[in-house]
Design a protein around this ligand. Structure first.
Ligand code: ADP
Ligand code: MG
Length: 625
């Protein structure tokens, strides 16, 4: 017989990964079982998929399984599946290189983080190569489902050090056997109970039977004992699924290590048939605000067959933190991402899932305020995107938002709009809000003074997205929103009713004229303020003007926008104003006016175009005799 043995080198990245597996990872070794079972299950899914989508003779698909044999004599674990198997080229490509971009990312991350390998490995799932954490030699025997009965299969063998050997092998059945020759330090994995525990921990949700070989001493035979549920969790009766099972399923699909906050499991029948199991995690991930990078955590199944991860077509962007599965009968098996986008069912399913999730969030808010706090802290900023993105559900989304307010006197966002409206002043018919750079700037803003004095509450907004959101959120429960840093005749009237005792003397009029002259480049008008109590001056923007925060964003993005012309309000009852009015020297009074304006600007913007000028003026005023 001709020698058909071939020696191959691992790709260099694979070598790196293997080196790491063999030398640096000491705990969580047990995850190799999860990885190999998941590969077996993928292989069976792929086969089922091929059979169903090509209408091939169904004989192949009956009785599929993943089998585990523990061979104590040879210190060997064999994990077999009767799935799709691999051709020779596939073996070379899949087991000699790293195609999986997730694994590449894993290597890069691990290079930069010396000590946290164990946690990372659990999160990433590094696949087939994890076998080398416990095995000194790995042998793979495989045969593709398309091969004929008398065709050869492929054997692959390696110690993970740098090269592998492949050869032909006689193998009757399609599918793959992975044989792990355990290191002498890892023979603990030869215990049945140990393997059972690991499978229960990681792989119970796998919908394919996982069978463990047992020896029946009495009859001197071997038998296969099924050790997992073997039925996809979401296809089971809701009433018979425990909380613990739901949580375990969550861990298995997300690789998250924290408990989910809440979930919803529904089966819908009729024209549109689907089952969904959707979770809200308890922690956001670091790049969730980045819409491009953040993938949706929804797995799509069609008739129980896995189709794709990150099926983000079924959820709006602002719900991208949701994890879970959608299993539907309304889509063809061979659907691609492109076709999904245009499919009518996709749209209908998205509308339906969106409603469900909003309902779920509402439920959390009503039933568990503590958990809702966690939820809002983690995902509030993302949910806020929905105000603009999903105008159909705007009112519901708005009802889910939480704010802080002047009266609350705390950074924590716990006030709902409904509560705000309930506590409104009898004369008040608008929802007042103030947007600032940060909470402290908002809470100390001069704009609040008149509101504080009249005990009218104001929502304080200081998250990055707030300004943008408030462009879209204009009305809630028939109450209009009003920015208190913008000119608003209605609120002037409201306060006018309460407090109207301003008297313009000729001296004050003269002062106002001087201000108008000095600041004419920057302001549209100057007037006496009704809203100030403790501050000398404040800037108001016109009703339609773009806000300072927005204009900053535009500038940062390199866009030119016309500079804002403010309404400059001064407080004639303030001792500083009273003092300045009396100054006769034109140059001196101009410096005062400029400084007042800069102060007000600083209070709204947090920065000044020319801070040095401001400092110079202040110093001059301070040292003046
Ligand atoms: P991943 O599963 O994330 O793709 P793995 O390292 O676990 O990465 O596996 C690499 C590839 O090897 C798989 O994508 C698959 O193509 C192939 N493979 C691994 N195990 C099996 C198996 N039991 N049957 C068929 N193909 C397999
Ligand atoms: Mg895998």
């Amino acid at each position: 017989m001709i020698n058909t043995k071939e020696k191959h080198q691992f790709q260099s990245e694979t070598k790196q990964l293997l080196h790491l597996m063999i030398n640096s990872l000491y705990s969580s070794k047990e995850i190799f079982i999860r990885e190999l079972i998941s590969n077996g299950s993928d292989a069976i899914d792929k086969m089922r998929f091929t059979i169903l989508s090509k209408n091939i003779d169904n004989k192949l698909s009956c009785n599929m399984y993943i089998r585990i044999t523990l061979d104590r004599k040879e210190k060997k674990i064999i994990i077999s599946d009767n799935g799709i198997g691999m051709t020779k080229n596939e073996v070379i490509k899949n087991l000699g290189m790293i195609a999986n971009s997730g694994t590449k990312k894993f290597i890069n991350t691990i290079k930069n983080q010396n000590n946290q390998h164990n946690q990372l490995i659990g999160n990433f799932g590094v696949g087939f190569y994890s076998s080398f954490m416990v095995a000194e030699k790995v042998v793979v025997k495989t045969k593709h489902m398309d091969a004929n009965q008398d065709d050869y299969g492929i054997i692959w063998e390696s110690d993970g050090k740098g090269e592998y050997i492949i050869d032909k092998i006689q193998k009757k059945e399609h599918g793959t056997d992975i044989e792990l020759y355990l290191k002498s330090t890892e023979i603990q994995f030869l215990e049945n109970w140990k393997i059972q525990n690991i499978i229960e921990k990681y792989s119970n949700h796998i919908s394919i039977p996982i069978q463990l070989q047992e020896y029946d001493k009495k009859n001197n035979t071997v038998l296969w004992k099924q050790i997992n549920q073997g039925q996809a969790l979401w296809t089971r009766n809701k009433l018979q699924i425990t909380k613990d099972e739901y949580k375990k399923f969550y861990y298995s699909i997300t690789k998250d290590t924290e408990k989910p906050l809440i979930w919803t499991h529904n089966t819908v029948e009729g024209t549109y048939e689907y089952t969904c199991l959707l979770y809200i995690p308890s922690k956001s991930i670091w790049n969730i605000l980045d819409q491009e990078k953040q993938k949706n955590g929804l797995k799509l199944y069609v008739k129980k067959i896995f189709i794709m991860d990150d099926a983000n077509q079924f959820l709006p962007n602002y719900l991208r933190f949701i994890k879970g599965i959608l299993d539907t009968n309304n889509l063809p098996l061979n659907i691609s991402r492109e076709i999904l986008q245009e499919n009518k069912s996709t749209n209908i399913l998205r509308i339906s899932l969106t409603k469900r999730i909003l309902k779920l969030i509402k439920k959390l808010s009503l039933e568990n305020p503590n958990k809702y706090k966690i939820f809002f802290k983690e995902f509030g900023p993302i949910l806020k995107e929905g105000i603009a993105e999903d105008t159909t559900n705007q009112e519901i989304i708005a009802s889910l938002l939480r704010f802080t307010s002047m009266k609350y006197n705390s950074k924590e966002q716990t006030l709902s709009l409904t509560e705000y409206i309930t506590n409104m002043h009898a004369e008040q018919n608008k929802i007042y809000f103030l947007i600032a750079e940060n909470y402290d700037a908002a809470n100390t803003s001069p704009h609040l003074e008149i509101f504080r004095k009249n005990k009218i509450d104001v929502l304080l907004l200081s998250e990055r997205i707030d300004d943008w959101m408030m462009h879209y959120l204009t009305i809630f429960q028939n109450k209009k929103f009003q920015s208190i840093s913008k000119f608003d005749p209605d609120s002037e009237k409201l306060f006018g009713k309460i407090d109207n005792n301003i008297n313009i003397t000729p001296e004050i009029q003269d002062f106002l004229n001087k201000i108008q002259n000095t600041l004419q480049k920057h302001i549209a008008s100057v007037k006496l303020s009704q809203r100030l109590v403790d501050s000398p001056a404040v800037l108001i923007t016109d009703k339609n003007a773009i806000s300072p925060q927005m204009s900053k964003l535009f500038k940062a993005a390199g866009q030119n926008i016309p500079s804002i012309k403010y309404i400059f309000e001064i407080n004639p009852n303030h001792s500083l104003i009273k003092k300045i009015i009396k100054i006769k020297n034109t140059e001196k009074i101009n410096i005062w006016i400029q400084t007042l304006f800069d102060q007000a600007l600083l209070s709204t913007h947090g920065t000044l175009k020319n801070p040095n000028n401001f400092i110079k003026n202040i110093n001059q005023l301070l040292t003046e005799k």
